[in-house]
Design a protein around this ligand. Structure first.
Ligand code: XIL
Length: 370
């Protein structure tokens, strides 16, 4: 414990990071988007309120800090294509308009995903019917925003942890071929948008091998795939910087772009790692799992800033391979990690605090560009 404390103090001094949320923050001078403009896009995910611009201060902050956007939910099939013959483009129109108004790189998330999947599509059991549903889904949506959406997550989370293909509604009906088919249809519809495969835990060895194989399979068929999106749902202590670096290199070696998507760094214990813990509903009131309900202690604030600094150092080292780094939200207040994998916790994974003030983590990332 003593060692930990002195290490943290030393780290604080070394990095010149203030433990408090800085008031005279550099956010007023240069935003991240400008600071990183020669390296890669820095993006955020927009929720419904962001898209509707219900808070003008927040909209201005997003416009200043980020050069790219991803829709956190509204472009998922259950919202965008709720019935076979019904598409809902109201929110996505507004989302794209926001990006255009702010001169941003606009990402589409996501075309083919087993989760938040429109129920009508999930219930299909025939392979021809599923292929037709996928084809019209992909073609209609990509066509609608042709020339306006700069890159798409064509397929999201197709892999199991061991690198095999997930038994999704698409796999069950069509088999492994559905992946190449999805990329082909997207490429045919808009040849100028970048097409990504996106997944989490892509730093894990076995899953990484699976992702490499998946990309190679598509390439070997002569079908266009432009990038791998590594969801950065990471933790304060894992994955290691070495694992992150090795993974970036493995994907870049395939000749595709690497995007870090959905970046957030959880500071809370992972319930699945707690030895002897029973996974049950009373988790919600478990102090062990929700140790910072009021505020993040200074020591953890510093640790998070150091972690973000380490992560961004490796991104900068490989900036020639990285197209975009997108955070999964703007402030801690609305982060999905307050409710996942345990509901009702208080997490601190992002760059801006619950009052939208930049945290030490923000300063540490900006400082790398000073
Ligand atoms: C999450 C959203 O953040 C939540 O609001 C929603 O309830 C569930 O989905 N991988 C993805 C994202 O590709 O779309 C997920 O987003 C997080 C995991």
């Amino acid at each position: 414990m003593k060692i930990l404390k002195s290490t943290l103090i030393a780290t604080t001094l070394l990095m010149g990071i203030s433990c408090k949320t800085s008031n005279n923050h550099k956010a007023q001078e240069t935003g991240l988007r400008d600071a990183y403009k020669n390296s890669f896009h820095v993006g955020t995910a927009l929720n419904r309120d962001d898209i509707l611009q219900t808070d003008s201060l927040r909209s201005a902050l997003i416009g200043k800090e980020f050069s790219s956007i991803t829709a956190e939910n509204i472009m998922k099939s259950m919202f965008m294509h709720p019935e076979k013959d019904v598409y809902q483009f109201d929110m996505s129109d507004k989302y794209v308009e926001f990006g255009e108004k702010n001169n941003m790189f606009i990402h589409g998330h996501t075309l083919i995903w087993h989760s938040q999947l429109a129920p009508w599509m999930r219930s299909i059991s025939d392979s021809t019917e599923m292929a037709q549903a996928m084809e019209s889904h992909i073609k209609t949506i990509v066509e609608k925003y042709k020339g306006r959406i700069n890159s798409w997550d064509v397929v999201n989370e197709a892999l199991n942890e061991d690198g095999t293909l997930r038994n999704s509604a698409f796999y069950k009906t069509i088999g492994s071929e559905y992946l190449a088919m999805a990329f082909k249809w997207a490429a045919e519809t808009d040849p100028n948008t970048d097409l990504y495969y996106n997944d989490y835990n892509l730093t894990n060895k076995a899953k990484r091998a699976g992702a490499v194989k998946l990309v190679k399979d598509i390439q070997s068929k002569g079908i266009k795939i432009d990038g791998v999106g590594m969801q950065g749902h990471w933790h304060i202590d894992s994955p290691s910087i070495e694992e992150i670096e090795e993974s970036i290199l493995d994907y870049a070696n395939l000749g595709v772009k690497v995007a870090i998507t959905e970046l957030d760094v959880s500071v809370l214990p992972n319930p699945w790692n707690l030895v002897g813990a029973e996974i049950s509903q009373n988790f919600e009131n478990n102090k062990k799992l929700n140790p910072y309900p009021e505020a993040l202690p200074d020591s953890m604030q510093v640790k998070l800033a150091k972690r973000y600094s380490d992560i961004f150092k490796v991104f900068l080292k490989h900036q020639d391979k990285i197209s975009r780094v997108t955070f999964w939200g703007t402030s801690d207040k609305e982060s999905w990690l307050n409710d996942f994998p345990v509901r009702g916790r208080t997490n601190y994974p992002l760059l801006f605090d619950r009052e939208l003030k930049p945290k030490a983590a923000y300063d540490s990332i900006l400082a790398l560009k000073k």
